[in-house]
Design a protein around this ligand. Structure first.
Ligand SMILES: CC(C)(COP(=O)(O)OP(=O)(O)OC[C@H]1O[C@@H](n2cnc3c(N)ncnc32)[C@H](O)[C@@H]1OP(=O)(O)O)[C@@H](O)C(=O)NCCC(=O)NCCS
Length: 159
C-alpha cells in the first residue's frame, strides 16, 4: 500500500476537499464554508489523510470546552475500505482528547450503515434520534456519542 500520512487541513487542500464534498454528500459544504472553518473558526480542527501524496480522506470537529462535535468525515469513493476513515477519525479523536475533550458526538443518517458501523467500531454508541434532521429528504439523524475516548483509542491503530 502507498505511504499514508495525516496532517492538518490547509488552504491548498480546499479544491480537492470541495470536490470530495460533492462526491460524498447530498448537501456538500461549499469551498467558502470549508475555508472559513480552517482559517477563521478557532474551534474547528480538520485533518486530511494523504495516500501517496494525494488527499483521499478528511475529518473535522468543533472543540467546545469538554465536547468534540464531529462535523465531517469523508473518504473519496476510489479509496474506500482501506481503513482511511478509521485512521483519520482516530487521529481526530486523539487530537480532541489531547486538547481536553471528554466526549465526542455526531449526527448520522439512519440509512448510512457504513458510517454507523465505522463509528460503532470506534466506540460511539447511539444516544438519540433527531426526527427529520436532514433538510434534503427529511431523513432522521441518529445521535452518537463516545464518552470513553481514551479507551476507544487504546484499541485503534495509530495512523
Ligand atoms: C463512511 C465512510 C467515511 C467510510 O470510509 P472508509 O475509509 O471506507 O472506511 P474504513 O475503511 O475506515 O472502514 C472502517 C469500518 O467502517 C465500516 N464500514 C466502512 N464502509 C462500510 C460499508 N460500505 N459497509 C459496511 N461497513 C462499512 C466497517 O466497520 C469498517 O471496518 P472493517 O473494514 O474492519 O469492516 C465512507 O464510506 C464515506 O466517505 N461515505 C460518504 C460520506 C459519509 O457518509 N460520511 C459520514 C457522514 S456521518
Amino acid at each position: 500500500m502507498p505511504e499514508r500520512s495525516i496532517r492538518p487541513m490547509e488552504a491548498r487542500d480546499l479544491p480537492r476537499v470541495s470536490e470530495m464534498e460533492r462526491l460524498c454528500f447530498a448537501t456538500p459544504w461549499s469551498k467558502d464554508a470549508m475555508e472559513y472553518e480552517i482559517t477563521q473558526n478557532g474551534l474547528a480542527r480538520y485533518l486530511v489523510l494523504e495516500e501517496g501524496g494525494l488527499v483521499c480522506a478528511y475529518a473535522g470537529a468543533w472543540l467546545v470546552f469538554e465536547e468534540g462535535h464531529i462535523t465531517n468525515v469523508a473518504v473519496h469513493p476510489d479509496f474506500r475500505r482501506r481503513g482511511h476513515a478509521r485512521a483519520v477519525l482516530s487521529a481526530l479523536m486523539r487530537l480532541a482528547l489531547g486538547e481536553g475533550a471528554e466526549f465526542m458526538d455526531l449526527e448520522v443518517r439512519v440509512s448510512n450503515g457504513a458510517a454507523i458501523a465505522l463509528y460503532q467500531g470506534l466506540g460511539f454508541k447511539k444516544a438519540g434520534l433527531r426526527k427529520g434532521y436532514y433538510e434534503d429528504n427529511g431523513e432522521d439523524a441518529i445521535v452518537m456519542v463516545n464518552d470513553r475516548l481514551g479507551r476507544a483509542l487504546g484499541s485503534a491503530p495509530a495512523p
